[in-house]
Design a protein around this ligand. Structure first.
Ligand code: SAH
Ligand code: DHB
Ligand code: MG
Length: 209
């Protein structure tokens, strides 16, 4: 058994999340929901931050949305951005099934446009989960910084991008964008950051308070 398998057995995925994962794969969605261990991390972090306004970028089948919503206290809400209307509808159905129907709002369209709209509406967030197209990560970071309340937390999935960020011969747009995102996170004067290297990597950064 490797160390990740040990943790996966110790803190197994519960029946509700397993059903959501299976249902989303059965519906033909790609099997790329966040890993169970990082789903748990999202719940823990949202709760630890006492986040009231959470923004998810990339909803897919609602798996990470449920993890984020589980961390919310009373009055907290989740806004989730998804480019595919069909996925947003599917995810909204799963969140309703999990009892979070009145705490979540889906916005369909390119995430960057939705983030600009939210900024214009004066919306601000305490927690961000970045998990959409990897090419977009650097722009999502910039937009998140404009939408962040002081002390907000930014979490980003796939920071290691199947180790493609480690391979200098991989000059794909996604690998280059993820390297740039990680570098900017590491160097940004308004951020204190860390990258967790388990599974596919999870980047975490807290915005200056
Ligand atoms: N966070 C989900 C997995 C997201 S997979 C989970 O862990 O359960 C990435 C999602 O980002 C896909 O649903 C894809 O349709 C969406 N996406 C891709 N490009 C996007 C864009 N430009 N704007 C918004 N969503 C996008
Ligand atoms: C892909 C996207 C993800 O968010 C992920 O966690 C794994 C894979 C992808 O687009 O291949
Ligand atoms: Mg991901």
């Amino acid at each position: 058994m490797d160390r990740e398998a040990y943790v996966e057995e110790l803190l197994a995925e519960d029946a509700e999340l397993r059903a959501v994962r299976e249902r989303s794969e059965a519906a033909g969605l790609r099997p790329i929901s966040v890993v169970p261990g990082y789903g748990r991390l999202l719940t823990v972090l949202v709760r630890a931050c006492r986040a009231r306004e959470v923004l998810e970028i990339g909803a897919l089948g609602g798996y990470s949305g449920i993890c984020l919503a589980r961390g919310l206290g009373p009055g907290g809400r989740l806004t989730s951005l998804e480019i595919e209307e069909e996925y947003a509808r599917f995810a909204a159905e799963r969140l309703r099934g999990a009892g979070f129907g009145d705490r979540v709002e889906y916005r369909v369209g390119p995430a960057l446009e939705s983030m600009r709209a939210l900024e214009g509406e004066g919306r601000r967030f305490d927690f961000f989960f970045v998990d959409a197209d990897k090419e977009g990560y650097p722009a999502y970071l910039e937009a998140a910084l404009r939408l962040a309340r002081p002390g907000a937390l930014i979490a980003a999935d796939n920071a290691l991008w199947s180790d493609r960020v480690l391979d200098p011969s991989d000059t794909s747009e996604a690998a280059e964008a993820m390297r740039r995102f990680n570098r900017e996170l590491a160097r940004h004067p308004r951020l204190a950051s860390v990258v967790l290297p388990a599974w596919d990597g999870m980047a975490l950064a807290v915005v200056d308070g």
